[in-house]
Design a protein around this ligand. Structure first.
Ligand code: SAM
Length: 327
């Protein structure tokens, strides 16, 4: 009963608010489902009412930009479909807009990790409405062992309107999961538009193509699903957001993650220079032999090399380090 434990931590004022919400829920259960923005979802109170009742004014320090429109949260939930028989891990449920959409759309279970204790009472109301289907974890998603949480429910799926301040750190963690294929079969995540473009970029999109794209696309197939206007959030962020999908590749091109990270760092660290120059630091000054054994033209620049090329470079570097070939 993690939800119960979380609730017991709340101040008495919060408990009072929670009782008021429970009363509203009971009242609504008697009177049947109500219309929410022209949209019947689950019979729970509208999100704005919930946020107001719990005093959930958005905190910038926690990357809080809430979605209150169920048409939109359902669209995001459906993008992660099929949800039946699926355990969804949600990072940062906040007042529960996406959480409720995921549950209403049929997710077997949602495990929601939230750092802001102010949100716990609102989430407890949802857990009460969907018995046994919502597990609330109070904590920092960067510290929580998500793979441990899902236990045998594998593969799980991650669906989240991420807090922007930790979005990239979480993505790195998921991308570096070992063993691979990982504990999730898909990541459906909201990023700032500019980050989304950098995740899915190929060599054809020079300006956006970089280390992030190589590392993400090595292990996952990536694509942009749709944009969400800043005005859809409360408060509105300064930029457009974009929902991105990452599907783990069952068998990524062989190479060591650590070495791929190293070659991409060196190559994109000096992206305007030819590889024979930018990779010098890796190969004892002789990048030419490294590039030759990877079959790559030394006069090319990082932004002209695709994922397969970088994987070949990582393998060549591994061979050099193992003493199998020069330089
Ligand atoms: N899912 C909600 C929605 O769509 O309306 C809220 C999304 S809001 C962009 C990000 C959420 O992540 C907030 O509820 C915030 O409190 C939570 N959060 C921020 N940092 C976190 C962390 N380190 N671990 C877990 N949750 C965090």
């Amino acid at each position: 009963m993690r939800a119960a434990r979380a609730l017991s931590k709340l101040a008495s004022h919060d408990r009072e608010v929670h009782s008021r919400i429970c009363a509203i829920i009971l009242d609504m259960r008697k009177s049947g489902p109500r219309s929410i923005g022209g949209n019947q979802l689950d019979g729970l109170p509208p999100l704005r009412e919930v946020a107001a009742a719990h005093g959930l004014l958005a905190k910038k320090s926690l990357g809080q930009n809430f979605l209150f429109d169920f048409n939109l949260t359902r669209r995001i939930a459906r993008a992660a479909a099929p949800l039946t028989n699926t355990t969804i891990v949600e990072i940062g449920p906040g007042p529960g807009g996406l959480t409720r959409a995921l549950l209403a759309e049929g997710a077997q279970k949602v495990i929601a990790v939230e750092r802001d204790v102010r949100c716990l009472a609102a989430l407890a109301g949802i857990a009460h409405h969907y018995p046994g289907r919502l597990e609330i974890i109070e904590g920092d998603a960067l510290e929580v062992d998500l793979a441990g949480l899902i236990g045998e429910a594998r593969p799980a799926r991650v669906c989240a309107n991420l807090p922007y301040n930790i979005a990239t750190a979480l993505l790195v963690r998921w991308r570096e999961t070992e063993p691979w294929p990982p504990w999730f079969d898909r990541l459906t995540l909201m990023f700032q538009r500019e980050v989304a473009e950098r995740i899915v970029a190929s060599t054809a999109e020079r300006a956006a193509y970089g280390r992030l794209a190589v590392l993400c696309n090595w292990r996952c197939e990536t694509r942009i699903l749709f944009d969400v206007a800043a005005s859809a959030f409360t408060p509105p962020p300064k930029v457009t957001s974009t929902l991105v999908e990452l599907v783990p590749r069952p068998a990524p091109v062989p190479c060591e993650a650590r070495l791929l990270s190293e070659v991409t760092q060196a190559a994109f660290g000096q992206r305007r220079k030819m590889l024979r120059q930018s990779l010098k630091s890796l190969a004892g000054g002789d990048a030419g032999s490294l590039l030759a054994s990877a079959g790559i033209d030394p006069a090319l620049r990082a932004e002209e090399i695709g994922v397969e090329g970088f994987a070949a470079l990582a393998r060549a570097l591994g061979n050099v380090r193992a003493g199998h070939s020069k330089p």
